[in-house]
Design a protein around this ligand. Structure first.
Ligand code: SF4
Length: 316
């Protein structure tokens, strides 16, 4: 039987970012240096495939430091942690390695600097997301005001409207965040913040590539996890940029073939925590069903790399 033709657009950049790459390397190097088990507080990155493969190598994933024994190393995930977490590890004299992405750490430093300058912080982020919890946890409880939408800005009650600064989660929608920042500037003209927001290069680049790709596509799939903020944003960006069917899939088994019947063009991208092996699996699944022509939609080149912490570069 002849297979129908399908043009497969591949967004570039897509998939792993430098912060995710570094975090995974940190766990692997810790396992080599200290042997198993190495404890990891929270999923090192939001991807089940990555977590399962590290678990197979001897990593033990827990949600809280209390679940780790004193005498085994613990790694903090790429999303960052509140200050109380390394402080508790230090008090217990544990070996710990912080895999917080350096671009998240930069936001932590910004928040502390603003607080040191007497400004109260507003955080633009998603309630309960570990990165938001970690960034808000750089300052004492109750010091940071969280806003998730432009509407939230109207209900913020700062101590002094003239002494405010804002930071953002790194994996937000660029366009939604611009609306929230505009609302903050309108209500608090003296608010201090970054030039635009703190959204990282990887999030920005993946959203730009999707915006260029989506209008060409009958359907679009984002390879990523349901708890991955940047992956979920790519689905929204694709839908808003004109693609009628934009869906998140964790891997090929999630593809809804019935919903895709009759498509001639498909866009594929992947969140920053989705490994290339899963992207290839999805592409291979389409090659089994269609005669595929692959076209890359390249909107940026990335060559960012972050060093692992010194403790892992030294001999045991
Ligand atoms: S998405 Fe951005 S902030 Fe998050 S780990 Fe990757 S580079 Fe760092």
């Amino acid at each position: 039987m002849t297979k129908p033709p399908l043009t497969l657009y591949m967004a570039a950049p897509r998939g792993f970012c430098a912060g995710v790459d570094r975090a995974i390397k940190i766990v692997e190097m810790a396992l080599t240096k200290w042997g198993a088990p190495v404890y990891v507080r929270h999923e090192i990155v939001h991807n089940k495939f990555v977590v399962d493969s590290l678990r197979d190598q001897g990593a033990v994933f827990v949600e809280e430091l209390d679940e780790c024994p004193d005498d085994r190393p613990v790694i903090f995930s790429a999303h960052g942690v509140p200050k109380t977490v390394p402080a508790a590890a230090q008090a217990r004299e544990m070996i710990y390695v912080d895999a917080t992405c350096p671009l998240v750490s930069k936001v932590h430093i910004e928040a502390q600097r603003h607080a040191d300058n007497g400004l109260q912080m507003v955080m633009i982020g998603h309630a309960g997301h570990p990165e938001t919890v970690g960034t808000m946890g750089q300052l004492p409880e109750g010091e940071v005001l969280l806003v998730e939408t432009p509407e939230d800005v109207a209900t913020v009650t700062p101590r002094d409207a003239d002494k405010l600064a804002f930071v953002t989660q790194t994996t937000l929608s660029v366009d939604d965040t611009a609306d929230i920042v505009a609302a903050l500037h309108a209500r608090f003209p003296k608010i201090v913040g970054p030039h635009k927001e703190d959204i990282c290069y990887a999030t920005t680049n993946r959203q730009e590539a999707v915006k260029a790709m989506a209008p060409k596509c009958d359907a679009m799939l984002v390879v990523g996890a349901p708890n991955s903020s940047n992956s979920k944003r790519l689905v929204e960006v694709g839908a808003r940029a004109g693609c009628d069917y934009a869906q998140l899939v964790q891997r090929a088994t999630d593809i809804d073939w019935r919903a895709l019947q009759g498509i001639k063009t498909l866009g594929i991208t992947a969140g920053a925590s989705a490994p290339e092996v899963l992207i290839n699996e999805v592409v291979d699944a389409f090659s089994d069903h269609y005669t595929v022509t692959v076209e890359q939609i390249v909107t940026a080149e990335e060559n960012v790399e972050f060093k692992v912490p010194r403790v892992l570069r030294e001999p045991a």
